[in-house]
Design a protein around this ligand. Sequence first.
Ligand code: FES
Length: 170
Amino acid sequence: MERITAIKGELQVKIEPIDTVYLDKVLEQNMQDPENLIMILQDVSAKYNYLPREVLNYVVERLNVSMSLIYSAATFYKAFSLKPRGKYIINVCLGTACHVRGAEKIKESLEERLNIHEGETTENLKFTLETVRCLGCCALGPVITVNETSYGGLDRGKALKIIEKYEDEA
Ligand code: FES
């Protein structure tokens, strides 16, 4: 269970307590082998949506590796985040094809609506707003994705309606 507090606009998430049963299972499945570190971090990220410091401390202890090794892996792969992330990861494509069709305005509208900037997460941990350089479907631009779902042919109004749908979800 996570407790969330916002201090000076920064998200702080306390994990109370860390799920050692889950972590032990993940470590066992990966034979407690540091060679499998990326797979272990993928499982941690899948559960918590980011890599909490407390969990990384536990992994360091159990694998007998250095924290710097874990940090270098965590910062090398874009899929990993050391900061809390939202349930829904919004990616706005700012590649050339989307940019010329107004992607920047869509990004600004989403920032305004969610009251966050690119790279940030809402205080309720519902949304994280990120950008990408091309999603590989340029003909459909402007395009955004919300987790694994892509939405194309957008303008500001359509993009905001999509976000409303996720906001309304329980
Ligand atoms: S530039 Fe946006 S999908 Fe390619």
